[in-house]
Design a protein around this ligand. Structure first.
Ligand code: FCB
Length: 433
């Protein structure tokens, strides 16, 4: 790999990322049921109805996994804390075993010299809260505040960084308007409410953590570069960009939502939404970008937002996503110019799914070309401070089950044996000090 540490600023961090439901084995350790367990049980929602009951069995193989992270030579590990593992009912009595698990995880990282980068919520909403409307219910901000206090009251003194909610767009739009992820709704009113409540919960959690004396608090947003289809006037790409890439940062940094998005969702927002921006814009210490691909947009004659994605000409990953490294540079630059200024930025996820089990030269090339765009942004003054690869190991890829493999480490889902791929070795040699 052409990656060498010395090509990056002295304090630049490299890391790998995972999330709780995708790796832990949610049936273990007294965790409560989640809306992903419910969603996966419905016909047609998830490939082969696969779920995260065992996943990579990280719950019982944590030490082996932490050794893999250490031996890779990365500086930080981005993991998430399952709400339902900590509070099986979503509120009320904590699961002592769950708190102990995250305590051991954080200590295990620190013992190995790795900075723990926590995400509070990476999608496994406790089912009892889903019963009460989940993200559609304004009370979720207070429920999330309680969860934040419970988990960070235990590990907040030792984590290096924390972000409340992984990928607001996925939690809101993908899950409540497009119906691809739990709870699988296709409902504009649900989507509008969820998107607003996600931001309210985000701001609430940041305040709770400030109250606990924590620092280095951020937000993690996913974005896709929006390209107009040839021959179109660009308005479809602009609207896609506004819903996907601008909505959440605009709320957090400009205390308003983009007009072109309000044109579609304003009638469906909860009463009094305009009064929530002081909470939503609670100051942050950094922002993370999860970046994988671009989309090409053209009009269609359906209801708002009246657009469709067009198949693109570039080489694609196992996900069918076009490989478009320039988008990483474009979006980092956009974030700095429009929203974050001098605030540190991180690439909190980037990587590819590949069917090649071990000799994954395609992944090495993907990482190299995206890192080159990260260096380009740094050279032009974007305060990019680190880069996390999705993912440490093959895992449960949500609605696509276990067949889409994003790992630097191969996981045999029959035996749960971990085997480092070529990309793992290439990265380890590039990161060696
Ligand atoms: C991101 C998610 C992560 C994983 C990757 C491929 O949107 O945060 O859990 O599914 O995509």
């Amino acid at each position: 790999m052409s990656l060498i540490r010395s090509d990056y600023p002295e304090d630049f961090l490299f890391g790998v990322a995972t999330s709780a439901y995708q790796i832990e084995g949610h049936a273990k350790g007294g965790a409560g049921r989640t809306h992903w367990d419910d969603f996966a049980a419905g016909p047609g929602n998830v490939v082969r109805a696969e779920h995260g009951a065992l996943a990579c069995d990280h719950y019982d193989r944590m030490d082996e996994d932490l050794d893999l992270i250490r031996d890779l030579g990365v500086d930080s590990y981005r993991f998430s804390t399952s709400w339902a593992r900590v509070l099986p009912e979503g509120r009320g009595t904590p699961n002592a075993e769950g708190l102990d698990f995250y305590d051991r995880l954080v200590d295990g990282l620190l013992e190995r010299g790795i900075k723990p980068a926590a995400t509070l919520y990476h999608w496994e909403l406790p089912s009892p809260l889903a019963d009460m409307g989940g993200w559609r219910n304004r009370d979720i901000a207070a429920w999330f505040g309680e969860f934040t206090e419970t988990i960070m009251g235990r590990i907040g003194d030792r984590v290096w960084s924390t972000a409340p909610i992984n990928e607001p767009w996925c939690v809101g739009w993908l899950s409540h308007f497009q119906g691809h992820h739990a709870p699988g709704l296709r409902d504009i009113r649900a989507a509008a409410r969820a998107m607003h409540h996600i931001l309210l919960a985000h701001g609430t959690a940041i305040s709770v953590m400030r109250g606990l004396g924590m620092s280095n608090l951020g937000a993690v947003c996913n974005m896709e570069y929006a390209e107009p289809a040839p021959g179109t006037d660009g308005s479809d790409a602009d609207l896609y960009d506004a819903i996907y890439n601008q909505f959440f940062l605009s709320g957090m940094f400009h205390k308003r939502y983009p007009d072109v998005v309000l044109a579609g969702i304003e009638p469906h927002l909860p009463d009094g939404w305009q009064d929530d921006f002081d909470v939503i814009s609670t100051p942050l210490d950094w922002v993370g970008l999860n970046y994988y691909t671009r989309k090409i947009l053209a009009p269609d004659d359906g209801p708002w937002p009246h657009h469709q994605e067009i198949d693109g000409p570039l080489p694609k990953t196992q996900m069918g996503w076009e490989i478009y490294p320039e988008g990483l540079y474009q979006l980092l630059t956009m974030m700095k110019e429009r929203y974050t200024g001098d605030l540190p930025l991180y690439v909190t996820e980037n990587g590819m799914a590949s069917e090649i089990p071990f000799r994954d030269a395609d992944r090495v090339a993907y990482l190299e070309t995206h890192l080159a765009q990260a260096r380009r942004a740094i050279a032009e003054g974007v305060p990019l401070k680190g880069y996390f690869i999705w993912s440490l190991m093959d895992n449960y890829e949500w609605a696509l089950g276990y067949e889409k493999r994003f790992g630097l480490v191969h996981v045999d889902f029959e035996t749960l044996t971990r085997t480092p791929k070529d990309s793992y070795r290439a990265l380890a040699s590039g990161l060696r000090r």
